[in-house]
Design a protein around this ligand. Sequence first.
Ligand SMILES: Nc1ncnc2c1ncn2[C@@H]1O[C@H](COP(=O)(O)OP(=O)(O)OP(=O)(O)O)[C@@H](O)[C@H]1O
Length: 298
Amino acid sequence: MDQLAVKMRGVSKRYPHFSLDRLDLTLAQGSIMGFLGANGAGKSTTIRILMGLVEQDSGSVEVLGHDMPSQQVLAKAGIGFVSEDLRLYGAPTLRWHMDLVASVFPGWAPNYAEALLRRFDLQADRKIKGLSHGQRVKAALLLALARRPRLLVLDEPTTGLDPVARHEVLSELMSVMLDEERTVLFSSHNTRDVEQIADAITFIDRGRIVDSADKESYLERWRRVRLDLPPRGTLPPLPGTVSLAGEGRSRILTTSNFSDAITHACNAAGATIHAIETMSLEEIFVNTVNGRREEAAK
Ligand SMILES: Nc1ncnc2c1ncn2[C@@H]1O[C@H](COP(=O)(O)OP(=O)(O)OP(=O)(O)O)[C@@H](O)[C@H]1O
């Protein structure tokens, strides 16, 4: 079994209008996990708990083998964290921040930091307050990456960036991650960003983990099948059916568990299949969340 960088078991946290509900989340070392959820789904709360910034009401949290929050000092030595909450000081320069982080973390890699400055097109002698939002995000990433943390936790790093800055940050992040094996937890409500860089994906909705798997498995399992039923024909119940829509004899079957058995069953029912379409992560995410909400409403 892979070593786990993050292990959350039965973690609950109750706020007056929201609760995280017995959340289980594991992140194997070396994997890049996209943590996807709509606004208010509980992504930041989960990340704050695993960073020891908020204490769970119940359940256990282990990060890099350390219990959280009780051993957070040990865990944090190995974590690079970038989030909207983390503000850099405005008046000092980026160089001042680099020197500060280097003085605190022995793993700081000066040559790597200089390479990242060039990659991110940042000038170290500029004051933080004079940087654009995109440049600040890149500065925060540089400060986290150059420590060479074993675990990188990025809470919505692309939120609020214009498309150009977003593309820059993502492509730099991707090339940085190709450089060596890193464990990354990357939260976002942007499925395209996650699809681009993650190899594992966890969906959270209304404080609950809805699904968690490697990206390829999502993209392979989910299909939209367009078909025509024979006159007065019906389809048998098919495992994995998320929705079956359509009018007259035409149907669109959305399944989260596609296999040849589905096409065989459709053919056996006399249906004519016109197309079997792959789905984007965005469509999978929307279908997962909607399917769950419809279940809850029944
Ligand atoms: N300290 C707090 N006190 C009360 N409620 C809180 C607190 N922190 C978070 N919440 C609530 O918990 C819910 C989940 O918030 P959270 O920030 O975890 O969501 P998110 O998935 O990160 O959302 P977004 O994508 O909008 O940032 C929200 O309804 C929020 O109002």
